[in-house]
Ligand binder design. Structure first.
Ligand code: TEU
Ligand code: CA
Length: 527
């Protein structure tokens, strides 16, 4: 087994993790000061969201220089110190590799603006007319400068790179080499299955993302990944690449991670994050655990190895989404943790998830900082969606729900100044300091689960088999060398009858009741 298969990944969103100098923005020194905490969780790999120079229109996913550190976060010396300390603690770091686009503040783009003959012009996609493509953040994908438009699948300050230009590929190789030589373990590759555009022709009209067929999972996209592997990654004894692959289905995922193709080690799929998406009833969304179970099972059965996650910096908090933060926060967060850490694959934990952080308590749309949220707001107004409905939808879905500062203690744990994004008021009760001393906390439950998983060949290596998915109760088994572990998770607040005689090795209730599964009860049983 590879390290990235045995290990647990912890995602740090630097802006919101820990501020060391009181300016309200998380930074590298802050991360360094909390590395022992991360290590103590039982984590092996840290995924660091972008720390590169950036104007922060998309919090670092708009890179202005791949070789420089965002001064708000610190210096290259701080970055070296972080890598060294992580290494000393036995933690690996993977960095975000954002190569679909750069910030329009990147000097390549500034050069490109100088004229059509400039050698950097062809680093981006230019056209004299717009096409009909729709962007990931809503609206058009073309912005005019002079008499030409450039392509941007995301915000207009994120210009898409032209990966049919071999010079751009060479730049990517140089960037990867630079960071691997600094001692990082690999990359989380941003939107990596849409980087190559076959053509810039009009697309078939779709509700969202018109044009997708021209750039999603193109053949050349696969070849580029193989080339990066052959020319860069293969020069290092052990690396780990996990691709964020939007709108990926199981066949495409299998292609991307097939060992004989050497493209990516692991893919981040989205289907289970869409189970509570908008359906035919306008903005009325009901989460149905059944859909979640079915989707998780489908991916468990289809892929040899999954990227297991319920949260990241783009998704609202899982306990608010799939649990019950008001009445059963502890139980439901622990139930989700149980599933996360017992399925087959590599578990990814997003900062704050381990203490059961909830969605932000935003009161007004002005409190949002996220560019996607604001773009959707504008679009919603254009479509004349009633304001109350739009507000409700954005409060529930905004990416800022996951980006509120990490709740280290009841007061100034994240910053001594004013945080860049509104801190959640429930930090007075939901915080690391309190969780550490409370044996019954979500945090201590995560630690127990992680330790248990790591010591268990059945959970790390074993096969997956679904047993039952009736009435919001997910029952599955993992097995290895004739040993079996059964997981029983009640994914709803309703009590369910059951008949179990064997006591669980881990459970989220302190007493054992073999007759009823209580709200969100989860059991791990060695059978
Ligand atoms: O996300 C890509 C992506 O698919 C998101 O736009 C997603 O659709 C949306 O956030 C769901 O609400 C990656 C990064 O994770 C994200 O933070 C960046 O904004 C985006 O790429 C552009 O780099
Ligand atoms: Ca700071």
């Amino acid at each position: 087994m590879k390290l990235w298969q045995k290990g647990i990944v912890y995602q740090i969103y630097p802006r919101s993790f820990k501020d060391s100098n009181g300016d309200g923005i998380g930074d590298l020194k802050g991360i360094i000061s909390k590395l022992e905490y991360v290590k103590d969780l039982g984590v092996d790999i840290i995924w660091l969201s972008p720390v590169y120079l950036s104007p922060n229109n998309d919090n670092g996913y708009d890179v202005a220089d791949y070789y420089k550190i965002n001064p708000e976060f610190g210096t290259m010396d701080d970055m070296d110190a972080l890598i060294n300390k992580a290494d000393a603690l036995g933690l690996k770091i993977i960095m975000d590799l954002v190569i679909n686009h750069t910030s329009t503040e990147h000097w390549w783009f500034k050069e490109a603006l100088k004229g059509k003959d400039n050698p950097y012009r062809n680093y981006y996609h230019w056209r004299s007319k717009k096409n009909n493509w729709g962007g990931f953040f809503g609206g058009t994908t073309w912005e005019k400068v002079g008499d030409e438009y450039y392509l941007h699948l995301f915000d207009k300050t994120q210009a898409d790179l032209n990966l049919s230009n071999p010079k751009v590929i060479q730049e990517v190789k140089d960037i990867m080499t630079f960071w691997l030589n600094k001692g990082i373990y690999g990359f989380r590759c941003d939107v990596i299955n849409i980087i190559y555009k076959n053509s810039l022709e009009n697309g078939k009209r779709r509700l969202v993302l018109t044009g997708l067929e021209h750039y999603h999972s193109t053949k050349r996209n696969h070849e580029i990944l193989q080339e990066l592997h052959r020319d860069v990654l293969d020069n290092y004894p052990e690396t780990f690449t996990v691709g964020e692959t939007v709108l990926v289905n199981t066949e495409q995922a299998l292609d991307l991670m097939s060992p004989d193709r050497d493209e990516l080690d692991l893919v981040i799929s989205f289907e289970h994050m869409e189970v509570d998406h908008i359906n035919n009833k306008w903005f009325k969304v009901k989460y149905k655990p059944k859909k979640m179970m079915k989707t998780l099972t489908k991916w468990q059965e289809a892929l040899p190895w999954n990227c297991l996650y319920f949260e990241n910096h783009d998704q609202p908090r899982s306990v608010s989404r799939f649990g019950c933060p008001e009445k059963y926060r502890l139980e439901s967060a622990k139930m989700l943790a149980t599933i996360l850490l017992t399925l087959r694959g590599t578990p990814f934990i997003y900062q704050g998830q381990e203490i059961g952080m909830t969605n932000g308590d935003f009161k007004s749309l002005d409190e949002f900082m996220d560019t996607e949220t604001h773009n959707i707001e504008k679009l919603g107004r254009k479509l004349l969606i009633p304001r109350a409905i739009l507000r409700k939808m954005l409060f529930r879905t905004s990416r800022d729900n996951a980006r509120t500062p990490m709740q280290w203690n009841a007061t100034t744990g994240f910053t001594t100044g004013t945080a860049w994004l509104k801190e959640n008021q429930n930090k007075t009760t939901i915080n690391v300091e309190r969780s550490l001393t409370d044996d019954n906390s979500i945090l201590n439950f995560y630690k127990r689960l992680i330790a248990f998983r790591k010591a268990s060949p059945v959970l790390t290596k074993g096969d997956f088999r679904v047993v039952n998915m009736k009435k919001d109760v997910y029952i599955y088994e993992r097995s290895f060398n004739k040993k079996r572990i059964r997981i029983i998770a009640n994914m709803s607040h309703k009590e369910r009858k059951i008949n179990i005689t064997k006591k669980p090795v881990i459970s989220n209730y302190n007493d054992f009741n073999g007759k009823v599964l209580r709200p969100y009860e989860a059991l791990i049983i060695e059978v």
